[in-house]
Ligand binder design. Structure first.
Ligand code: SF4
Ligand code: SF4
Length: 592
Protein backbone atom coordinates (compact mmCIF):
# COMPACT_ATOMS: atom_id res chain seq x y z
CA UNK A 1 0.00 0.00 0.00
CA UNK A 2 1.22 3.55 -0.75
CA UNK A 3 1.05 4.38 2.94
CA UNK A 4 3.26 1.35 3.62
CA UNK A 5 5.70 2.62 0.98
CA UNK A 6 5.87 5.99 2.73
CA UNK A 7 6.52 4.22 6.03
CA UNK A 8 9.24 2.00 4.58
CA UNK A 9 10.81 4.94 2.76
CA UNK A 10 10.98 6.87 6.03
CA UNK A 11 12.55 3.86 7.77
CA UNK A 12 15.05 3.55 4.92
CA UNK A 13 15.84 7.25 5.44
CA UNK A 14 16.74 6.46 9.07
CA UNK A 15 13.79 8.23 10.66
CA UNK A 16 14.21 8.54 14.46
CA UNK A 17 10.76 9.75 15.52
CA UNK A 18 7.33 9.42 13.98
CA UNK A 19 4.24 11.04 15.46
CA UNK A 20 0.77 11.62 14.10
CA UNK A 21 -2.96 11.58 14.55
CA UNK A 22 -5.03 9.00 12.65
CA UNK A 23 -7.09 10.21 9.71
CA UNK A 24 -8.05 8.59 6.40
CA UNK A 25 -6.23 8.39 3.99
CA UNK A 26 -3.03 8.62 6.09
CA UNK A 27 -3.54 6.23 9.03
CA UNK A 28 -1.65 3.15 7.77
CA UNK A 29 1.71 4.96 7.67
CA UNK A 30 2.25 4.76 11.42
CA UNK A 31 0.52 1.36 11.61
CA UNK A 32 3.09 0.01 9.10
CA UNK A 33 6.05 1.45 10.98
CA UNK A 34 4.81 -0.26 14.15
CA UNK A 35 5.24 -3.64 12.42
CA UNK A 36 8.99 -3.16 12.06
CA UNK A 37 11.58 -3.41 14.81
CA UNK A 38 12.03 0.09 16.06
CA UNK A 39 15.09 0.18 18.28
CA UNK A 40 16.21 3.79 18.29
CA UNK A 41 12.85 4.90 16.91
CA UNK A 42 10.16 6.63 18.93
CA UNK A 43 6.66 6.09 17.60
CA UNK A 44 3.49 7.70 18.87
CA UNK A 45 -0.11 8.46 18.14
CA UNK A 46 -0.28 11.93 19.63
CA UNK A 47 -3.45 13.47 21.06
CA UNK A 48 -3.77 15.65 17.97
CA UNK A 49 -1.79 16.88 14.98
CA UNK A 50 -0.54 20.04 16.69
CA UNK A 51 1.01 17.98 19.50
CA UNK A 52 2.48 15.55 16.96
CA UNK A 53 4.18 18.32 15.00
CA UNK A 54 5.56 19.96 18.14
CA UNK A 55 7.03 16.65 19.35
CA UNK A 56 8.56 16.04 15.93
CA UNK A 57 9.92 19.58 15.59
CA UNK A 58 11.82 19.16 18.88
CA UNK A 59 13.33 15.92 17.56
CA UNK A 60 14.39 17.70 14.36
CA UNK A 61 15.91 20.55 16.44
CA UNK A 62 18.06 17.80 17.99
CA UNK A 63 19.41 16.77 14.60
CA UNK A 64 17.21 13.67 14.41
CA UNK A 65 15.02 12.79 11.43
CA UNK A 66 11.34 13.15 12.29
CA UNK A 67 8.11 12.52 10.43
CA UNK A 68 4.56 13.60 11.23
CA UNK A 69 1.50 12.04 9.61
CA UNK A 70 -2.04 13.35 9.32
CA UNK A 71 -4.86 13.92 6.88
CA UNK A 72 -5.33 17.24 5.15
CA UNK A 73 -7.64 18.75 7.76
CA UNK A 74 -5.26 17.71 10.50
CA UNK A 75 -2.89 20.23 8.99
CA UNK A 76 -5.35 22.93 10.04
CA UNK A 77 -4.92 21.75 13.64
CA UNK A 78 -1.15 21.70 13.20
CA UNK A 79 -1.07 25.01 11.33
CA UNK A 80 -0.05 26.98 14.41
CA UNK A 81 3.30 25.20 14.99
CA UNK A 82 3.64 24.67 11.22
CA UNK A 83 3.81 28.39 10.47
CA UNK A 84 6.32 28.99 13.25
CA UNK A 85 8.56 26.02 12.56
CA UNK A 86 8.68 27.16 8.91
CA UNK A 87 10.30 30.38 10.21
CA UNK A 88 12.56 28.74 12.79
CA UNK A 89 13.71 25.91 10.52
CA UNK A 90 15.19 22.60 11.60
CA UNK A 91 18.51 20.81 11.93
CA UNK A 92 17.53 17.18 11.27
CA UNK A 93 15.04 16.35 8.52
CA UNK A 94 11.40 17.11 9.33
CA UNK A 95 8.84 15.71 6.88
CA UNK A 96 5.16 16.50 7.42
CA UNK A 97 2.98 14.03 5.56
CA UNK A 98 -0.44 15.53 4.95
CA UNK A 99 -2.59 13.20 2.84
CA UNK A 100 -5.16 14.96 0.67
CA UNK A 101 -8.60 13.51 0.02
CA UNK A 102 -10.07 14.53 -3.34
CA UNK A 103 -13.65 13.42 -3.58
CA UNK A 104 -13.74 13.88 -0.63
CA UNK A 105 -14.16 10.24 0.37
CA UNK A 106 -13.95 10.59 4.14
CA UNK A 107 -13.46 14.27 4.95
CA UNK A 108 -15.34 17.49 5.54
CA UNK A 109 -13.31 19.44 2.96
CA UNK A 110 -11.45 19.20 -0.36
CA UNK A 111 -8.63 21.47 0.75
CA UNK A 112 -5.23 21.27 -0.92
CA UNK A 113 -2.05 20.86 1.13
CA UNK A 114 0.00 22.53 -1.62
CA UNK A 115 -1.66 25.80 -0.61
CA UNK A 116 -0.16 25.42 2.86
CA UNK A 117 3.28 24.97 1.32
CA UNK A 118 2.88 28.28 -0.50
CA UNK A 119 1.28 29.94 2.56
CA UNK A 120 4.06 28.98 4.96
CA UNK A 121 6.76 29.05 2.26
CA UNK A 122 8.14 25.55 2.59
CA UNK A 123 8.78 22.91 -0.10
CA UNK A 124 6.16 20.29 -0.98
CA UNK A 125 6.59 16.88 -2.63
CA UNK A 126 3.75 15.31 -4.61
CA UNK A 127 4.27 11.59 -5.43
CA UNK A 128 2.25 9.93 -8.18
CA UNK A 129 2.56 6.25 -7.17
CA UNK A 130 3.54 4.09 -4.18
CA UNK A 131 6.94 3.33 -5.77
CA UNK A 132 7.63 7.02 -6.15
CA UNK A 133 6.39 7.73 -2.66
CA UNK A 134 8.96 5.26 -1.30
CA UNK A 135 11.84 6.99 -3.08
CA UNK A 136 10.57 10.54 -2.82
CA UNK A 137 10.12 10.51 0.95
CA UNK A 138 13.82 9.72 1.27
CA UNK A 139 14.61 12.68 -0.96
CA UNK A 140 12.25 14.82 1.11
CA UNK A 141 14.35 14.13 4.24
CA UNK A 142 17.52 14.98 2.31
CA UNK A 143 16.06 18.29 1.04
CA UNK A 144 14.79 19.14 4.49
CA UNK A 145 18.30 18.78 5.90
CA UNK A 146 20.00 20.42 2.93
CA UNK A 147 17.88 23.58 3.32
CA UNK A 148 17.23 23.32 7.11
CA UNK A 149 13.50 23.57 6.54
CA UNK A 150 10.49 21.43 7.32
CA UNK A 151 9.00 20.01 4.12
CA UNK A 152 5.49 18.87 3.27
CA UNK A 153 4.80 15.54 1.62
CA UNK A 154 1.39 15.39 -0.03
CA UNK A 155 0.11 12.04 -1.29
CA UNK A 156 -3.56 11.82 -2.29
CA UNK A 157 -5.97 8.98 -1.51
CA UNK A 158 -5.18 6.90 -4.62
CA UNK A 159 -1.45 7.06 -3.94
CA UNK A 160 -1.95 6.23 -0.25
CA UNK A 161 -4.22 3.27 -0.96
CA UNK A 162 -2.76 1.87 -4.21
CA UNK A 163 -0.57 -1.25 -4.06
CA UNK A 164 2.88 -1.86 -5.58
CA UNK A 165 6.10 -3.72 -4.85
CA UNK A 166 9.13 -1.83 -3.60
CA UNK A 167 12.66 -3.07 -2.91
CA UNK A 168 13.66 -2.32 0.65
CA UNK A 169 16.84 -2.95 2.64
CA UNK A 170 16.94 -6.07 4.85
CA UNK A 171 17.05 -3.94 7.96
CA UNK A 172 16.67 -0.30 8.90
CA UNK A 173 19.14 1.77 10.90
CA UNK A 174 18.01 5.01 12.55
CA UNK A 175 20.12 8.08 11.83
CA UNK A 176 22.88 8.95 14.32
CA UNK A 177 22.29 12.49 15.59
CA UNK A 178 24.05 15.00 17.84
CA UNK A 179 21.28 15.88 20.26
CA UNK A 180 19.88 19.30 21.07
CA UNK A 181 22.40 22.10 21.32
CA UNK A 182 21.29 25.13 23.22
CA UNK A 183 21.19 28.19 20.94
CA UNK A 184 18.42 30.64 21.91
CA UNK A 185 19.34 32.89 18.99
CA UNK A 186 18.33 30.07 16.66
CA UNK A 187 15.56 28.21 18.43
CA UNK A 188 13.63 30.92 20.32
CA UNK A 189 11.15 32.62 18.03
CA UNK A 190 11.14 36.39 18.49
CA UNK A 191 9.81 39.08 16.13
CA UNK A 192 13.36 40.09 15.15
CA UNK A 193 14.33 36.49 14.34
CA UNK A 194 11.14 35.97 12.31
CA UNK A 195 11.86 39.11 10.34
CA UNK A 196 15.40 37.97 9.53
CA UNK A 197 14.36 34.39 8.82
CA UNK A 198 11.51 35.48 6.56
CA UNK A 199 14.01 37.17 4.26
CA UNK A 200 16.23 34.09 4.35
CA UNK A 201 13.30 31.81 3.54
CA UNK A 202 12.36 33.78 0.43
CA UNK A 203 15.96 33.79 -0.80
CA UNK A 204 16.24 30.07 -0.04
CA UNK A 205 13.04 29.31 -1.95
CA UNK A 206 14.50 30.81 -5.12
CA UNK A 207 17.45 28.47 -4.67
CA UNK A 208 15.20 25.47 -3.89
CA UNK A 209 13.08 26.24 -6.98
CA UNK A 210 16.26 26.12 -9.09
CA UNK A 211 17.34 22.94 -7.37
CA UNK A 212 13.91 21.40 -8.01
CA UNK A 213 14.34 22.19 -11.70
CA UNK A 214 16.68 19.22 -11.89
CA UNK A 215 14.71 17.04 -9.45
CA UNK A 216 14.46 13.62 -11.10
CA UNK A 217 10.71 13.28 -10.53
CA UNK A 218 9.95 16.45 -12.52
CA UNK A 219 9.84 14.88 -15.98
CA UNK A 220 9.11 15.55 -19.66
CA UNK A 221 7.90 12.78 -21.96
CA UNK A 222 6.90 12.73 -25.63
CA UNK A 223 8.29 14.57 -28.59
CA UNK A 224 8.37 18.30 -29.23
CA UNK A 225 4.85 19.47 -29.81
CA UNK A 226 2.74 22.61 -29.76
CA UNK A 227 0.50 20.96 -27.19
CA UNK A 228 1.51 19.92 -23.69
CA UNK A 229 -0.30 18.41 -20.75
CA UNK A 230 1.07 19.39 -17.35
CA UNK A 231 0.02 17.17 -14.51
CA UNK A 232 0.97 15.95 -11.03
CA UNK A 233 0.33 13.26 -8.44
CA UNK A 234 -1.91 10.37 -9.37
CA UNK A 235 -3.37 12.39 -12.29
CA UNK A 236 -0.01 11.86 -14.03
CA UNK A 237 -0.63 8.11 -13.95
CA UNK A 238 -4.14 8.55 -15.37
CA UNK A 239 -2.98 10.89 -18.15
CA UNK A 240 -0.09 8.59 -19.07
CA UNK A 241 -2.56 5.73 -19.38
CA UNK A 242 -4.86 7.79 -21.62
CA UNK A 243 -2.00 8.91 -23.86
CA UNK A 244 -0.65 5.38 -24.44
CA UNK A 245 0.26 5.05 -28.10
CA UNK A 246 -0.81 8.61 -28.77
CA UNK A 247 1.59 11.02 -30.47
CA UNK A 248 1.66 14.77 -30.82
CA UNK A 249 1.55 15.83 -27.21
CA UNK A 250 4.20 16.48 -24.59
CA UNK A 251 3.58 15.15 -21.10
CA UNK A 252 5.08 17.21 -18.26
CA UNK A 253 4.91 16.03 -14.68
CA UNK A 254 5.51 18.34 -11.71
CA UNK A 255 6.45 16.49 -8.53
CA UNK A 256 7.46 19.61 -6.58
CA UNK A 257 4.69 22.15 -6.77
CA UNK A 258 6.35 24.67 -4.41
CA UNK A 259 8.84 26.31 -4.77
CA UNK A 260 7.82 26.02 -8.40
CA UNK A 261 10.62 24.68 -10.64
CA UNK A 262 10.41 27.60 -13.03
CA UNK A 263 13.60 26.87 -15.00
CA UNK A 264 12.36 23.35 -15.60
CA UNK A 265 8.92 24.42 -16.83
CA UNK A 266 10.33 27.12 -19.12
CA UNK A 267 12.55 24.54 -20.79
CA UNK A 268 9.79 21.93 -20.90
CA UNK A 269 7.41 24.41 -22.58
CA UNK A 270 9.79 25.47 -25.36
CA UNK A 271 7.85 25.47 -28.64
CA UNK A 272 4.57 24.78 -26.84
CA UNK A 273 1.56 26.99 -27.66
CA UNK A 274 -1.22 25.30 -25.71
CA UNK A 275 -1.06 23.82 -22.22
CA UNK A 276 -3.67 21.76 -20.43
CA UNK A 277 -3.23 21.40 -16.67
CA UNK A 278 -4.74 18.30 -15.11
CA UNK A 279 -4.44 18.16 -11.33
CA UNK A 280 -6.63 17.33 -8.36
CA UNK A 281 -8.09 19.83 -5.89
CA UNK A 282 -6.94 23.40 -6.54
CA UNK A 283 -5.50 24.86 -9.79
CA UNK A 284 -2.11 25.23 -8.13
CA UNK A 285 0.20 24.27 -10.99
CA UNK A 286 -2.07 26.06 -13.47
CA UNK A 287 -1.65 29.31 -11.53
CA UNK A 288 2.11 28.84 -11.34
CA UNK A 289 2.28 28.34 -15.12
CA UNK A 290 0.14 31.43 -15.73
CA UNK A 291 2.48 33.37 -13.46
CA UNK A 292 5.57 32.10 -15.32
CA UNK A 293 3.91 32.81 -18.69
CA UNK A 294 3.16 36.40 -17.67
CA UNK A 295 6.61 36.93 -16.18
CA UNK A 296 8.43 35.60 -19.26
CA UNK A 297 5.96 36.88 -21.92
CA UNK A 298 5.19 33.42 -23.24
CA UNK A 299 2.57 33.24 -25.98
CA UNK A 300 0.80 30.39 -24.25
CA UNK A 301 -2.84 29.37 -23.99
CA UNK A 302 -3.33 27.76 -20.59
CA UNK A 303 -6.42 25.73 -19.81
CA UNK A 304 -7.44 23.64 -16.84
CA UNK A 305 -9.67 24.29 -13.87
CA UNK A 306 -9.69 28.05 -14.31
CA UNK A 307 -11.40 27.95 -17.72
CA UNK A 308 -13.64 25.03 -16.82
CA UNK A 309 -11.79 22.40 -18.91
CA UNK A 310 -11.15 20.36 -15.73
CA UNK A 311 -13.63 20.14 -12.85
CA UNK A 312 -12.71 21.98 -9.66
CA UNK A 313 -14.14 19.35 -7.34
CA UNK A 314 -13.87 15.61 -6.97
CA UNK A 315 -11.28 12.98 -7.79
CA UNK A 316 -9.79 12.58 -11.25
CA UNK A 317 -9.99 9.20 -12.96
CA UNK A 318 -8.77 7.62 -16.19
CA UNK A 319 -12.27 8.02 -17.63
CA UNK A 320 -12.46 11.71 -16.72
CA UNK A 321 -8.96 12.41 -18.05
CA UNK A 322 -9.80 10.60 -21.32
CA UNK A 323 -12.73 12.93 -21.95
CA UNK A 324 -10.72 16.03 -21.10
CA UNK A 325 -7.78 14.97 -23.29
CA UNK A 326 -10.03 14.08 -26.22
CA UNK A 327 -11.45 17.60 -26.17
CA UNK A 328 -8.04 19.24 -25.75
CA UNK A 329 -6.35 17.24 -28.51
CA UNK A 330 -9.36 17.13 -30.82
CA UNK A 331 -8.76 13.41 -31.36
CA UNK A 332 -9.58 10.23 -29.54
CA UNK A 333 -6.78 9.27 -27.15
CA UNK A 334 -5.57 5.70 -26.75
CA UNK A 335 -7.48 4.61 -23.68
CA UNK A 336 -10.25 2.09 -24.36
CA UNK A 337 -12.87 2.27 -21.71
CA UNK A 338 -13.92 -1.18 -20.54
CA UNK A 339 -17.47 -2.15 -21.29
CA UNK A 340 -19.02 -2.68 -17.88
CA UNK A 341 -22.62 -2.73 -19.06
CA UNK A 342 -23.11 -6.35 -18.00
CA UNK A 343 -21.57 -5.81 -14.54
CA UNK A 344 -24.05 -6.18 -11.68
CA UNK A 345 -25.24 -2.95 -10.09
CA UNK A 346 -23.23 -2.01 -7.01
CA UNK A 347 -25.13 -2.48 -3.76
CA UNK A 348 -26.28 0.72 -2.10
CA UNK A 349 -24.48 0.86 1.25
CA UNK A 350 -25.16 4.08 3.11
CA UNK A 351 -22.77 4.63 6.03
CA UNK A 352 -24.36 3.31 9.19
CA UNK A 353 -23.32 2.48 12.77
CA UNK A 354 -22.25 -1.18 13.03
CA UNK A 355 -24.69 -3.79 14.32
CA UNK A 356 -24.37 -3.82 18.10
CA UNK A 357 -22.47 -0.49 18.22
CA UNK A 358 -22.92 0.89 21.76
CA UNK A 359 -23.24 4.42 20.31
CA UNK A 360 -26.64 3.41 18.90
CA UNK A 361 -27.81 2.64 22.44
CA UNK A 362 -26.38 5.95 23.75
CA UNK A 363 -28.17 7.99 21.12
CA UNK A 364 -31.36 6.04 21.64
CA UNK A 365 -31.24 6.62 25.40
CA UNK A 366 -30.87 10.38 24.92
CA UNK A 367 -33.63 10.38 22.32
CA UNK A 368 -36.02 8.53 24.63
CA UNK A 369 -35.13 10.70 27.62
CA UNK A 370 -35.65 13.93 25.67
CA UNK A 371 -38.93 12.92 24.04
CA UNK A 372 -41.28 15.88 24.30
CA UNK A 373 -38.55 18.32 25.37
CA UNK A 374 -36.80 20.91 23.25
CA UNK A 375 -33.24 19.71 22.72
CA UNK A 376 -30.39 20.17 20.27
CA UNK A 377 -27.75 17.55 19.53
CA UNK A 378 -24.27 18.70 18.54
CA UNK A 379 -22.25 15.93 16.93
CA UNK A 380 -18.53 15.65 16.31
CA UNK A 381 -16.03 13.82 14.12
CA UNK A 382 -15.86 10.03 14.48
CA UNK A 383 -18.09 6.99 13.88
CA UNK A 384 -20.73 8.56 16.06
CA UNK A 385 -21.29 11.22 13.36
CA UNK A 386 -23.37 8.39 11.89
CA UNK A 387 -25.89 9.01 14.67
CA UNK A 388 -27.31 11.48 12.13
CA UNK A 389 -28.73 8.62 10.02
CA UNK A 390 -32.38 7.70 10.22
CA UNK A 391 -34.04 6.42 12.26
CA UNK A 392 -31.79 7.76 15.07
CA UNK A 393 -31.57 11.27 13.54
CA UNK A 394 -29.57 12.52 16.54
CA UNK A 395 -26.95 14.85 15.01
CA UNK A 396 -28.05 18.43 14.40
CA UNK A 397 -24.58 19.94 13.88
CA UNK A 398 -21.14 18.65 12.96
CA UNK A 399 -18.25 20.93 12.04
CA UNK A 400 -14.78 19.74 12.96
CA UNK A 401 -12.86 17.86 15.67
CA UNK A 402 -14.00 18.91 19.14
CA UNK A 403 -16.40 21.57 17.85
CA UNK A 404 -19.51 19.75 19.08
CA UNK A 405 -18.68 20.79 22.65
CA UNK A 406 -18.16 24.44 21.87
CA UNK A 407 -21.12 24.60 19.48
CA UNK A 408 -23.39 23.22 22.20
CA UNK A 409 -22.18 26.12 24.36
CA UNK A 410 -22.92 28.72 21.69
CA UNK A 411 -26.37 27.24 21.13
CA UNK A 412 -27.09 27.11 24.88
CA UNK A 413 -26.25 30.80 25.33
CA UNK A 414 -28.61 31.77 22.50
CA UNK A 415 -31.40 29.24 23.09
CA UNK A 416 -32.17 29.17 26.81
CA UNK A 417 -35.33 27.11 26.35
CA UNK A 418 -33.41 24.25 24.75
CA UNK A 419 -31.36 21.49 26.36
CA UNK A 420 -28.00 21.47 24.55
CA UNK A 421 -26.17 18.17 24.14
CA UNK A 422 -22.66 17.60 22.83
CA UNK A 423 -21.63 14.11 21.72
CA UNK A 424 -17.92 13.39 21.54
CA UNK A 425 -15.92 10.18 21.28
CA UNK A 426 -13.09 9.30 23.67
CA UNK A 427 -10.31 9.89 21.13
CA UNK A 428 -11.79 13.20 20.00
CA UNK A 429 -12.19 14.17 23.66
CA UNK A 430 -8.41 13.88 24.06
CA UNK A 431 -7.68 15.37 20.61
CA UNK A 432 -9.46 18.64 21.04
CA UNK A 433 -12.53 18.17 23.20
CA UNK A 434 -10.93 18.90 26.59
CA UNK A 435 -10.25 22.56 25.83
CA UNK A 436 -13.91 23.00 24.92
CA UNK A 437 -14.96 21.59 28.29
CA UNK A 438 -12.64 24.04 30.06
CA UNK A 439 -14.29 26.82 28.08
CA UNK A 440 -17.75 25.55 29.00
CA UNK A 441 -17.03 25.44 32.73
CA UNK A 442 -15.21 28.76 32.83
CA UNK A 443 -17.88 30.57 30.81
CA UNK A 444 -20.78 29.03 32.74
CA UNK A 445 -22.34 27.20 29.84
CA UNK A 446 -25.50 25.20 30.28
CA UNK A 447 -25.00 21.89 28.50
CA UNK A 448 -24.82 18.13 28.76
CA UNK A 449 -21.62 16.58 27.52
CA UNK A 450 -22.02 12.98 26.36
CA UNK A 451 -18.70 11.19 26.02
CA UNK A 452 -19.30 8.09 23.92
CA UNK A 453 -16.37 6.10 25.28
CA UNK A 454 -15.79 2.90 23.29
CA UNK A 455 -12.14 2.67 24.41
CA UNK A 456 -10.58 3.08 20.97
CA UNK A 457 -10.23 5.34 17.95
CA UNK A 458 -12.68 3.26 15.96
CA UNK A 459 -13.31 5.11 12.71
CA UNK A 460 -9.69 5.16 11.55
CA UNK A 461 -8.75 1.61 12.53
CA UNK A 462 -8.66 1.25 16.33
CA UNK A 463 -5.58 3.26 17.16
CA UNK A 464 -4.66 3.65 20.84
CA UNK A 465 -5.17 6.96 22.65
CA UNK A 466 -4.45 8.15 26.21
CA UNK A 467 -7.58 6.42 27.52
CA UNK A 468 -6.74 2.96 26.15
CA UNK A 469 -3.81 2.06 28.42
CA UNK A 470 -1.38 1.06 25.68
CA UNK A 471 0.80 3.31 23.55
CA UNK A 472 2.22 2.91 20.07
CA UNK A 473 5.61 1.75 21.41
CA UNK A 474 3.67 -1.33 22.59
CA UNK A 475 3.94 -0.41 26.27
CA UNK A 476 1.17 -0.77 28.82
CA UNK A 477 0.74 2.66 30.40
CA UNK A 478 -1.50 4.29 32.99
CA UNK A 479 -4.82 5.20 31.41
CA UNK A 480 -5.85 8.83 31.48
CA UNK A 481 -9.23 8.68 33.20
CA UNK A 482 -11.85 10.82 31.44
CA UNK A 483 -13.97 11.08 34.59
CA UNK A 484 -11.02 12.43 36.59
CA UNK A 485 -10.10 14.84 33.79
CA UNK A 486 -13.65 16.20 33.89
CA UNK A 487 -13.51 16.44 37.68
CA UNK A 488 -10.21 18.31 37.43
CA UNK A 489 -11.69 20.75 34.94
CA UNK A 490 -14.49 21.42 37.38
CA UNK A 491 -17.48 19.56 35.99
CA UNK A 492 -19.68 19.04 39.05
CA UNK A 493 -22.04 16.34 37.83
CA UNK A 494 -20.47 13.36 36.10
CA UNK A 495 -22.36 10.10 35.59
CA UNK A 496 -20.88 6.97 34.04
CA UNK A 497 -23.31 4.47 32.55
CA UNK A 498 -23.28 1.42 30.31
CA UNK A 499 -25.39 2.49 27.31
CA UNK A 500 -26.54 -1.10 26.85
CA UNK A 501 -28.28 -0.82 30.24
CA UNK A 502 -30.96 1.22 28.53
CA UNK A 503 -33.21 2.07 31.47
CA UNK A 504 -30.27 3.28 33.61
CA UNK A 505 -29.03 5.38 30.71
CA UNK A 506 -32.40 7.01 30.10
CA UNK A 507 -32.67 7.79 33.83
CA UNK A 508 -29.17 9.35 33.85
CA UNK A 509 -30.04 11.62 30.93
CA UNK A 510 -33.34 12.67 32.52
CA UNK A 511 -31.59 13.50 35.80
CA UNK A 512 -28.94 15.58 34.05
CA UNK A 513 -31.58 17.38 31.99
CA UNK A 514 -33.19 18.62 35.23
CA UNK A 515 -29.97 20.35 36.34
CA UNK A 516 -28.06 23.37 35.07
CA UNK A 517 -24.43 24.13 34.31
CA UNK A 518 -22.05 21.71 32.66
CA UNK A 519 -23.07 18.09 33.26
CA UNK A 520 -21.34 15.06 31.79
CA UNK A 521 -22.52 11.55 31.02
CA UNK A 522 -19.85 9.03 30.09
CA UNK A 523 -21.49 6.27 28.07
CA UNK A 524 -18.89 3.55 28.46
CA UNK A 525 -19.01 0.32 26.45
CA UNK A 526 -16.29 -1.13 24.20
CA UNK A 527 -16.45 -0.96 20.41
CA UNK A 528 -18.01 -4.14 18.96
CA UNK A 529 -15.13 -4.45 16.53
CA UNK A 530 -12.64 -5.06 19.37
CA UNK A 531 -14.80 -7.43 21.46
CA UNK A 532 -16.24 -10.83 20.71
CA UNK A 533 -20.01 -11.23 21.17
CA UNK A 534 -20.90 -13.55 24.05
CA UNK A 535 -24.25 -14.35 22.55
CA UNK A 536 -26.43 -13.47 19.60
CA UNK A 537 -30.07 -12.51 19.70
CA UNK A 538 -32.97 -14.25 18.01
CA UNK A 539 -36.66 -13.58 17.52
CA UNK A 540 -39.25 -15.90 19.01
CA UNK A 541 -41.61 -16.05 16.04
CA UNK A 542 -44.48 -17.22 18.26
CA UNK A 543 -44.31 -13.95 20.21
CA UNK A 544 -43.38 -11.59 17.35
CA UNK A 545 -46.36 -9.66 15.99
CA UNK A 546 -44.25 -8.23 13.12
CA UNK A 547 -44.95 -4.65 14.18
CA UNK A 548 -41.42 -3.73 12.95
CA UNK A 549 -40.89 -1.36 15.88
CA UNK A 550 -37.40 -2.83 16.37
CA UNK A 551 -36.42 -1.86 12.81
CA UNK A 552 -38.16 1.52 12.89
CA UNK A 553 -36.64 2.73 16.15
CA UNK A 554 -32.92 1.88 16.08
CA UNK A 555 -31.87 0.98 12.53
CA UNK A 556 -29.52 -1.87 13.49
CA UNK A 557 -28.31 -3.42 10.21
CA UNK A 558 -28.69 -6.91 11.74
CA UNK A 559 -32.46 -6.41 11.86
CA UNK A 560 -33.75 -7.43 8.45
CA UNK A 561 -36.94 -8.69 6.85
CA UNK A 562 -37.23 -12.15 5.34
CA UNK A 563 -40.40 -12.84 3.38
CA UNK A 564 -41.96 -9.76 4.93
CA UNK A 565 -41.22 -10.81 8.53
CA UNK A 566 -38.64 -9.29 10.84
CA UNK A 567 -35.59 -11.47 11.43
CA UNK A 568 -32.10 -11.11 12.91
CA UNK A 569 -29.11 -11.74 10.65
CA UNK A 570 -26.98 -13.84 12.98
CA UNK A 571 -23.85 -13.08 10.92
CA UNK A 572 -24.17 -9.43 11.86
CA UNK A 573 -25.78 -9.54 15.31
CA UNK A 574 -23.39 -8.68 18.14
CA UNK A 575 -25.89 -9.64 20.83
CA UNK A 576 -25.96 -6.16 22.34
CA UNK A 577 -29.59 -6.72 23.34
CA UNK A 578 -30.74 -3.19 22.52
CA UNK A 579 -33.55 -4.47 20.30
CA UNK A 580 -34.83 -6.70 23.11
CA UNK A 581 -35.51 -3.54 25.18
CA UNK A 582 -37.57 -2.13 22.34
CA UNK A 583 -39.75 -5.09 21.40
CA UNK A 584 -43.21 -4.55 22.96
CA UNK A 585 -44.00 -8.27 23.08
CA UNK A 586 -40.70 -9.52 24.53
CA UNK A 587 -40.07 -11.53 21.36
CA UNK A 588 -36.33 -10.86 21.23
CA UNK A 589 -33.95 -12.68 23.48
CA UNK A 590 -30.59 -14.44 23.65
CA UNK A 591 -30.24 -17.20 21.07
CA UNK A 592 -30.68 -20.75 22.33
S1 SF4 B 1 -28.96 -7.58 19.60
FE1 SF4 B 1 -30.39 -6.49 18.29
S2 SF4 B 1 -29.63 -4.39 18.23
FE2 SF4 B 1 -27.96 -5.67 19.03
S3 SF4 B 1 -26.75 -6.24 17.23
FE3 SF4 B 1 -28.25 -7.87 17.51
S4 SF4 B 1 -29.97 -7.27 16.24
FE4 SF4 B 1 -28.71 -5.45 16.49
S1 SF4 C 1 -40.47 -5.21 17.78
FE1 SF4 C 1 -40.73 -7.30 18.50
S2 SF4 C 1 -42.78 -7.83 17.84
FE2 SF4 C 1 -42.22 -6.03 16.70
S3 SF4 C 1 -41.30 -6.84 14.83
FE3 SF4 C 1 -39.62 -6.51 16.22
S4 SF4 C 1 -39.37 -8.49 17.20
FE4 SF4 C 1 -41.39 -8.52 16.28
Amino acid sequence: MGNGAIALGALAAGVNLVAGYPGTPSSEIIETISHYPHDGLHLEWSVNEKAALEVAAAAAYSGARAMVTMKQMGLNVASDPLMSVAYIGVKGGLVIVSADDPGPISSQTEQDTRRYADFCRIPVFDPSSPEEAYEMIQEAFAYSEKYSTPVLFRPTTRVCHAYASVETPDSFAPKAYEGFERDPGRWVIFPRLSYINHGKMEARNVEVGRDFSSFRFNTVEGEASEKAVVTSGVSYTYVKECLKGHEGVRLIRIATAFPFPEDFILKALEGVKEVLCIEELSPFIEEQILKAAGKHHLALRVSGKLDGSVPHNGENSVELCTGILNTFLGVRTGYDQRDLSDAPALPVRPPVLCAGCPHRASFYAVKKAMKGRKAVFCGDIGCYTLGNAMPLDMVDTCLCMGAGITMAQGLSHMNRDTVSFAFVGDSTFFASGMTGVVNAVYNEADMILCVLDNSTTAMTGHQPHPGTGRNMMGNVVEKVNIEKVLEGIGVKKIVTVDPLALEDSIRAVQECAEETGVRAIIFKSPCVAITKPEKKCAIDTAKCVNCKKCIREIGCPALITVDGRVAIDRNLCAGCGLCSHICPTGAIGGEQ
